[in-house]
Design a protein around this ligand. Structure first.
Ligand code: ZN
Length: 177
C-alpha cells in the first residue's frame, strides 16, 4: 500500500484548472461528547454536548500504479478505519482542557466514574479540526482538509499545506494527553 502524501511544493493549492489537478477522497465519522469552553462569555462556558461530525479529505496528484490499489488514491477501508479510530477516542467522553478544572472537581467526577478525557487544547471545533489533521498526517495520510461540525450548520475547517487556501505555513501540532 502506498499512502498518498502530498507534495507541498507542487500542490500547495489544488487548482480546478491548470496543471495541478489531482484526486481526492473524503470520509467522515462522528463522536458524541461533552465539553465546555474556558474563558468564554456565553452559553458554551457551561457543560454541554455535541454530536461532532468529522469530515476528512485526502489529496494526491497521482494514483497508485500497481497492485491491488492500482488506480486508487488509497484503499477506502484503510482510510475509514483510521478516521474512525482517531474519532472513537472522544466518543462519550467529557473532554476537558487541562488546567480548566480544579483537582478536587476532577477527583469528584472520577469518583462518580465519569469518563474524563484531558486534552492540551481549548476544545473549540477549530482545534479539533487541527488535532485530527495532525494525527492523521502523522500516520502518513495525505490530508488536505478536515471539517469539524459542532452542529449541522456550524463547521470549522483546518486546511493542510496540500489542500488549503493558503500556501506555506506548516500545520501546528496539537497534543492530546
Ligand atoms: Zn460546545
Amino acid at each position: 500500500m502506498t499512502l498518498a502524501i502530498c507534495s507541498r511544493a507542487a500542490f500547495a493549492r489544488p487548482q480546478l484548472e491548470g496543471t495541478t489537478m489531482g484526486f481526492g477522497l473524503k470520509t467522515e465519522a462522528h463522536f458524541n461528547a461533552a465539553h465546555f469552553l474556558t474563558d468564554f462569555q456565553g452559553k458554551c462556558e457551561n457543560i454541554h454536548g455535541h454530536r461532532w461530525r468529522v469530515v476528512v479529505y485526502l489529496y494526491a496528484d497521482t494514483l497508485d500504479t500497481s497492485g491491488e490499489n492500482r488506480d486508487m488514491l488509497i484503499d477506502f477501508g484503510v482510510f475509514k478505519k483510521a478516521v474512525r479510530e482517531e474519532v472513537a477516542k472522544f466518543d462519550h467522553q467529557f473532554i476537558v482542557e487541562r488546567g480548566s478544572l480544579a483537582n478536587d472537581t476532577i477527583a469528584c467526577l472520577e469518583r462518580e466514574t465519569f469518563s474524563l478525557l484531558m486534552v492540551d487544547f481549548r476544545t473549540t471545533a477549530e482545534n479539533f479540526a487541527r488535532y485530527f489533521y495532525t494525527r492523521l498526517t502523522s500516520r502518513g495520510f495525505g490530508v488536505s482538509r478536515v471539517d469539524v461540525y459542532e452542529t449541522p450548520n456550524n463547521c470549522a475547517i483546518y486546511y493542510g499545506p496540500c489542500g488549503g487556501p493558503h500556501d506555506g505555513s506548516d500545520a501546528s501540532v496539537v497534543h492530546m494527553a
